[in-house]
Design a protein around this ligand. Structure first.
Ligand code: SF4
Length: 490
């Protein structure tokens, strides 16, 4: 779509709105010519007190013009937010006028659509006012606004559990047995990179030890620990034992409420590894079948069957972890609403207290895009999610966190469901950005959150296991930045 910006250069806001409302359209910054069929002219006029946005938009043979006004008040930062909101709103209204479509999350384009609710509740708004704000200010559908109210309220509860020195710790294991068709993660297939694993584990242990020392010196408290990936259970039992031992010896675990380890792929789960996890006090494992349909498992490149998932779940059950999660994805290649229904029903039969329902997100570099695999359309995905929510609710689960990704089928969301009291608080902390996350391992993203504010800083570990292993100084620099962040806080 051709985009003409007059009186401003808010490309990011406009492009996010374009992606949300016209999936597949790419922005082109060129003047509109007679006969052009896909364009938008977004004009901003501003005074001391307010700004006015006019959007003329043509698409699909229809043209619409919309305008809106926003009062500008507060700090420069706040005014910038008000201006951007007005631009996004004007674009949304014009787009809706030509397409007749309101996406489930309205004009919200970010990954955390329940964040405005948490802030509104924390600021004293009633639940009704917070939900109404989402519907009126952002055009979120009533169903999604009610959902955001539930997860946003859980985030508020989580924020009240946290003190100013509380953090969470993440450890990344970027190896997987094979690469899934929908994945763009920098995970290394173990078959091809087996030799990288031992030096990676050695480097990781050193990083954890240094990080633990820094955390003790800064008198920070680790409230939740999460080992993800990749697939952490691609490590051998002995490697897993060494990593968890390093964590236990380096951190004071007394304030740590939960230790979660993703055991994502059933073909990596063994009795020996589960025994190691249990012995280290792991409170939650996450087994992630994504589907229980054999032909879909084949289509996404998994080298196991639904029968293997059932066998792995039987094994997991024997170790009596306090909590177990299973992940499913709605919208996988070759899947159908009936197939998804069967998958969810089979997962529920295991009786785990957490089920996470993702919506497929199309990622650059994934096999789905590279090979053009056929995937269910947005209506079919909507049917899957429309089955999931009431089914999970009637089985006793409630939504406790949600997030969105770019290019999600139907512009829906990912939702963590759990039985009462079975929340994985790490998920809430990270998705609602409630506390700092200190990340260890290749590709780790360390987030520093100033308590009670929106101020967040980030540092990143080196992306690939080989460079991560060879350049430990980068991790140490990140840990120094983490310590410095806490030093400068009031
Ligand atoms: S298990 Fe996860 S990280 Fe590994 S290849 Fe599949 S989607 Fe990617």
């Amino acid at each position: 779509m051709k985009l003409v910006l007059n009186g401003h250069d808010e490309r990011y806001v406009v492009e996010q709105s374009l992606m949300n409302l016209f999936p597949g359209e790419l922005p082109v910054y060129e003047p509109v010519q007679p006969g052009d069929e896909s364009w938008a002219i977004i004009t901003l006029r501003e005074s001391e007190a307010d700004c006015r946005v006019t959007v003329e938009l043509r698409h699909g043979g229809k043209t619409a013009a919309q305008s809106c006004r926003a009062v500008l008040s507060g700090t420069d930062f706040e005014k910038e937010g008000q201006r951007r909101h007005a631009i996004a709103r004007g674009f949304f209204l014009a787009a809706r006028a030509v397409t007749g479509v309101t996406p489930p999350w309205g004009m919200l384009t970010g990954v955390r659509p329940d964040k405005p609710v948490t802030w509104a509740l924390a600021g004293g708004k009633t639940p009704e006012e917070a939900a109404a704000m989402l519907e009126e200010d952002y055009f979120v559908t009533p169903e999604r606004a009610a959902l955001a109210l539930e997860t946003g309220s859980t985030a508020l509860t989580a924020s009240r559990k946290l003190g100013p020195k509380d953090i969470a710790v993440y450890v990344g294991i970027p190896f997987c047995p094979t690469r899934c068709a929908y994945c763009s993660f920098v995970s290394q297939s173990v078959e091809r990179s087996f030799a990288l694993v031992p030096p990676y584990v050695d480097a990781l242990i050193e990083e954890i030890k240094a990080g633990g020392k820094m955390v003790r010196e800064e008198m920070l408290r680790c409230r939740a620990f999460y080992m993800g990936g990749g697939t952490p259970t691609t490590l051998t039992a002995e490697q897993m034992d060494r990593v968890l031992t390093a964590f236990e010896e380096s951190f004071d675990l007394s304030p740590c409420e939960e230790i979660t380890v993703e055991a994502g792929r059933p073909d990596t789960i063994t009795a020996e590894k589960l025994a190691v996890l249990r012995a280290h006090g792991v409170t939650r494992v996450s087994v992630n079948p994504q589907t229980m349909e054999d032909h879909v498992l084949r289509a996404i490149g998994r080298c196991h069957t639904a029968g293997d998932i059932e066998a792995a779940m039987e094994l997991v059950e024997k170790y009596e972890f306090p909590h177990v999660n299973m992940d499913l994805i709605a919208g996988l290649p070759e899947d159908s609403p009936e197939g998804f229904r069967r998958s969810l029903d089979r997962c529920l039969a295991f009786g785990t207290d957490n089920v996470t329902v993702h919506t497929l997100a199309l990622k650059k570099g994934s096999r789905i895009l590279l090979e053009g695999l056929s995937i269910p359309g947005p209506e079919a995905v909507a049917e899957m999610l429309d089955y999931a929510a009431p089914t999970l609710r009637s089985a006793g689960y409630g939504p406790y966190y949600l997030y969105r990704q770019k290019y999600m089928s139907g512009s829906f969301e990912n939702i963590g469901w759990c039985r009462p009291g079975a929340e994985c608080w790490y998920n809430v902390y990270i998705m609602s950005e409630l506390c700092s996350i200190l990340s260890f391992g290749a590709g780790g993203s360390t987030k520093m959150v100033e308590p009670g504010t929106n101020h967040i800083e980030r540092v990143f570990n080196l992306k690939y296991p080989k460079e991560y292993t060879e350049r430990p100084e980068k991790c140490l620099a990140n840990q120094a930045a983490f310590a410095a962040f806490y030093h400068q806080l009031p």
